[in-house]
Design a protein. Structure first.
Length: 325
């Protein structure tokens, strides 16, 4: 395998000049740059990434820590992150915390020990992980969910506004006993969507907390149907719980939207393939990831800048599950 000294000999320059060219220095004579790059190409030289990272005290990797790899919401979001990372010369390491704060803390520790160039995180709610990141010198961006107890660059959607719009839509459709299947307490998306629901509701709220998982949505819907006064509509605070709630309604022979109307938060990939199609509040998932990556690039370039928060709009897509009566 050719070394930097072989390249220097082939190009007729010093090893220091080769190093400066490969590291993007702007002060090298263009003719020398051309000779070095020609030698690199002809010899098939590949820089030693480990050695380069030791010199920089930082890798060219980003850790992207998401809360649930099984949730299709994150597929497009991570694609947005990766597209920007590739354009900027970074690679992405994807970590799945699985909504487990302990697992999230382990990934945060690994990202710091491996000297990642930056971290993009959709927090599961771990205060310890958040504090570790904030106290570290590694640039951090929170995406989808706010980081607990910390001011960092953040990209989210208007969760409260989206939930309020969904609840108002159900009221306008003629439903009156509207329940909410909410996410875990202390997770920003869950708390804000619950606030949007309660703000729009003229009467007393009916709330069941679940875990943002399909089975959690199923169990919550079952509990609501078994209550003394079952709801005639439900707002479900994420896509996986919406799938679970719909499965429960189908298995129990409940007519949707005749007996129970439904609106979920987050798009469902197959929403238009079932009947009735579930109404959803959709998020610009790719743009969430892209904007988070742009903020990370800016934070790496200017570490001392004031943290920025970007709030993207959420949009209601009414479908068959909430058809007006």
């Amino acid at each position: 395998m050719p070394t930097i000294y072989d390249v220097a000999r082939e190009a007729g320059v010093s090893a220091a000049t080769v190093s400066r060219v490969l590291n993007g220095a702007q002060t090298v004579d263009p003719a020398m740059v051309a000779r070095v790059l020609t030698a690199v190409r002809e010899l098939g030289y590949r820089p030693n990434a480990v050695a380069r990272n030791l010199r920089r005290s930082r890798t060219s990797l980003w850790a992207v820590i998401i809360s649930d790899i099984g949730n299709p919401f994150f597929t497009s979001m991570v694609r947005g992150v990766e597209d920007v990372a590739q354009q900027e010369g970074y690679s992405v390491v994807l970590c799945n915390s699985d909504e487990d704060p302990a697992k999230e803390e382990t990934y945060v520790a690994a990202a710091l020990s491996e000297q990642m160039a930056g971290v993009i995180i959709s927090s599961s709610g771990s205060v310890k992980a958040a504090k570790t990141l904030i106290d570290s010198p590694v640039p951090v961006v929170a995406v989808d969910r706010e980081l607990p107890r910390g001011a960092v660059d953040t990209v989210v959607v208007d969760n409260e506004g989206g939930a309020r719009t969904a609840t108002e839509h159900l009221l306008a459709a003629g439903y009156r006993r509207i329940a909410c299947i909410a996410g875990p307490e202390g997770v920003s998306t869950a708390d804000l969507r619950l606030r949007g629901y309660t703000t729009a509701l003229p009467g007393d709220p009916v709330i069941v907390r679940a875990d943002f998982r399909e089975q959690g949505g199923y169990d919550a819907m079952a509990a609501l149907l078994s209550s003394p006064e079952p709801p005639d509509a439900v707002f479900v605070a994420n896509n996986l719980m919406t799938v679970g709630a719909l499965r429960c309604l189908t298995e129990r022979g409940v007519d949707v939207p005749g007996q129970v109307g439904l609106v979920g938060f987050d798009e469902i990939p197959w929403a238009d393939l079932v009947h009735p199609s579930p109404s959803t509040v959709t998020q610009p998932t790719y743009e969430l990831g892209r904007m988070a990556a742009r903020l990370l690039v800016d934070r790496i370039a200017t570490p001392a800048a004031k943290p920025a928060t970007i709030v993207l709009p959420a949009e209601l897509h009414p479908r068959g599950s909430s058809t007006p009566r």
